[in-house]
Design a protein around this ligand. Structure first.
Ligand code: CTP
Ligand code: MG
Length: 243
């Protein structure tokens, strides 16, 4: 039905510190990628899924294949891995969701609501949560510049959803993708990401500012496994779901 999902899993997991790609680290005996793909496929059973994996990987590719997903080699940064996924996109894809494998427990309701917002005509959709902590600014000397009004802030999660043509277009404008003489898309190797690009929606703001980025409700269970502490939470959520 023209919906594709790019699950980015090509990172090395340095902060987790397991000496293996983060998406391979087991939670309750299953690789993070396996759980993440189940979460996404349950919510969107007809979507085509592309997984970005580290160069030379075989294990994550096997996990992807077990879910009927296509594995492609990612890039040096998350943004470059997304571009690798976009280069592998079917030309019939109308909408594309980009999801972090590390957000393995994303509730199906969140994924479905991102897709539904696209179907209803939104072109760029992101799940967000209010910020619970008091947030302070800091200057170059490390001194406080005062509290920031958190009611005006949102924390951003994935999956982020886009009109496929729009996301391809901003990746072309950003120099993350190029078209060869036959019109085929290829990801560009580059030393650094375009400045200030921290997620997919920030590419829209920068390279297609006329397109509104709209919010849907995120969920605490969509947290990203980043450090060892997060594995404790992930295991606890899985155990609670199994009860
Ligand atoms: N990712 C990717 N390609 C990269 C870097 C990251 O596909 N070159 C993916 C990761 O696999 C992860 C998601 O982007 O699912 C979010 O990135 P992050 O949490 O930073 O994961 P890692 O880069 O693996 O972790 P670290 O930064 O600690 O090394
Ligand atoms: Mg990283």
């Amino acid at each position: 039905d023209g919906l594709a999902v790019i699950v980015v899993a090509a990172g090395s997991g340095t902060r987790l510190g397991y000496g293996m790609p983060k998406a391979l680290v087991p939670v309750a005996g299953r690789p993070i990628l396996d759980i993440a793909l189940e979460s996404v496929a349950d919510a969107l059973p007809t979507a085509r899924i592309i997984v970005t994996v580290p160069a030379g990987d075989t294990e994550l590719s096997a996990v992807a294949a077990a879910h009927g997903a296509r594995a492609v080699t990612g890039g040096a940064t998350r943004a470059q891995s997304v571009a690798c996924g976009l280069a592998a996109l079917d030309s019939s894809a109308r909408f594309v969701l980009v999801h972090d494998a590390a957000r393995l427990l994303v509730p199906g309701r969140v994924t479905a609501s991102v897709a539904a917002a696209l179907e209803s005509g939104e072109r760029a959709v992101i799940p967000v949560l209010p910020v619970n902590d008091t947030v302070r600014g800091v200057d170059a000397q490390g001194h406080s510049t005062g509290t920031v009004d958190r009611s005006g802030l949102r924390a951003v999660q994935t999956p982020q959803g886009f009109e496929a043509r729009l996301l391809v277009d901003v990746n072309l404008r950003a120099g993350l993708l190029e078209r060869d003489q036959h019109g085929a898309l290829a990801a560009l190797d580059r030393a650094e990401d375009p400045e200030g690009i921290t997620d997919d929606a920030s590419l829209i703001e920068r390279f297609a500012p006329e397109v509104p980025v709209t919010f849907v409700a995120g969920d605490e269970e969509s947290f990203k496994v980043t450090r060892p502490f997060d594995l404790i939470t992930a295991r606890a959520v899985l155990e609670q779901r199994a009860r």
